[in-house]
Design a protein around this ligand. Sequence first.
Ligand code: ZN
Length: 79
Amino acid sequence: MADCNETIRQLYAYLDEMLDEVLKNDIALHLGDCPDCQGRVEFEYSLKLNIRARAQEEPVPDELRDRLLGCFNLDLEAE
Ligand SMILES: [Zn+2]
């Protein structure tokens, strides 16, 4: 089964449904078992929807995306 690091690493691909079935199931299994990662997925998912909604009006600055990703990595290391 995927661990937390693996799940975080694949999170964007997972949300974009770009993973193959095996990996996707693996991540889904971990999510079913791990409230921490579930929370992250929900957060990222709502963020993604937000960004997508905004992107219809204006392009998303890369810098903002990088900063958000940076926050995310910091959280992970703090655990
Ligand atoms: Zn986890």
